[in-house]
Design a protein around this ligand. Structure first.
Ligand code: WQD
Length: 331
């Protein structure tokens, strides 16, 4: 099989490329490099620079490389930004997907894996979120992911395309330092940034209805997430007519406070966190039931939170060597 991996120069996409090629699949990266980094694409993996909004370029890439399946990760992914730029998010995430699917169906490519998000659930009022939990997205970003799932499923049914929508929970860590997330948009890098500045990490609210008052999330190592893509891709290739929607999480909740404690253990920093007001729109608890993916794909996460923090820290100090100096001074 040859898989076109859109967004393959991004943080998660590059991990998917690595997992796919290590599993013996052929990969071709399609990325507009708006946030992706060309150096993340390994030697021997072709890189086509283009937007999924450019149907002709997609069609040519599918044909030139004899693509037999697509893993679509290319998207805008910042929740706050999506509130300010809904038109941009719908264009990139929904229209970009529509144009891509048009090319995919025209070329009769039989398998399509779609990168979705736990953001489709919004504020779930359940202990463990199953795939049957109602989807009530709270942001334009979450809406574009849910609309994307609908479009993928409808296209699959109409055109005989095997599809899987993978709902990622909170992705963290790196398979190698050079593959680490370079953005500072999520809890772990935001805490690293504060520690590096010598400032206390921030807890956005400690009056939530959770055991320690801080928000609880389901953190998943990006290398585990990438393996889930390999398993899904192989299932689609082996079983035409498949239509899967799967949570990808560990089924274990970790609070912000616990996370900061563990980050201090790994980094050696000891700055006590500062509690600041709640960030608008944060659900108290979002933890996956990972039962369906275990049953469907025999996939299970291998790495824990310690592995995520350790590997993310190696990536962070590679880009911010001063973080180690601060660590040494403080210690
Ligand atoms: C986790 C928790 C914060 C920073 C978002 C998107 C989701 C997905 C992943 C897309 C929250 C708290 C954070 C800090 C803190 N995105 N926090 N201090 O919001 O669960 O999920 O990213 O692809 O769709 O919604 O992740 O890492 O931003 O926050 O207290 O300095 O950490 O309030 O409770 P979130 P996050």
């Amino acid at each position: 099989m040859t898989w076109l991996i859109t967004g393959g120069a991004g943080y998660i996409g590059a991990h998917v490329v690595r997992a796919m090629t290590e599993a013996g699949e052929r990969a071709v990266v399609y990325d507009d490099l708006s946030t992706g980094i060309a150096e993340r694409v390994p030697d021997g993996v072709p890189l086509v620079v283009g937007s999924t909004l450019d149907g002709e370029r997609v069609a040519r890439a599918l044909k030139d490389h004899g693509v037999t399946g697509v893993v679509h990760l290319a998207a805008k992914k910042q929740v706050g930004e999506s509130v300010d730029l809904p038109l941009h998010y719908y264009r990139e995430n929904v229209e970009g997907l529509r144009v891509l699917l048009q090319a995919v169906t025209a070329a009769a490519v039989p398998s399509f894996v779609f990168s979705s998000s736990a953001a489709v659930y919004g504020m779930p009022d359940v202990n463990l979120v199953t795939e049957e939990t109602p989807c009530v997205p709270m942001s334009p970003y979450g809406e574009t992911k849910l609309a994307g799932e609908w479009l993928v499923r409808a296209t699959g049914r109409a055109h005989g395309l095997s599809t899987a929508s993978l709902r990622y929970f909170n992705v963290a860590g790196a398979a190698a330092p050079e593959l680490a997330d370079t953005g500072v948009f999520n809890l772990i890098p935001m805490v690293f940034e504060k520690l590096t500045e010598g400032a206390p990490p921030r807890v956005f609210g400690d009056d939530y209805p959770t055991p320690d008052g801080t928000c609880v999330r389901d953190y998943i190592h990006v290398a585990d997430l990438a393996e889930a893509h390999v398993a899904a891709a192989r299932r689609l290739a082996a079983a035409p007519g498949t239509d899967l929607t799967l949570n990808i999480g560990r089924g274990e909740g970790v609070s912000v406070r616990e996370m900061i404690d563990r980050i201090n253990e790994v980094t050696g920093y000891t700055l006590a966190p500062a509690v600041t007001p709640r960030r608008p729109g944060d659900p108290p608890r979002v933890v996956a039931s990972a039962d369906r993916i275990a049953a469907e794909l025999a996939w299970k996460a291998k790495y824990d939170v310690h592995d995520m923090i350790t590997s993310a820290w190696e990536g962070w100090v590679r880009l911010h060597p001063e973080a180690r100096r601060g660590q040494a001074q403080e210690g």
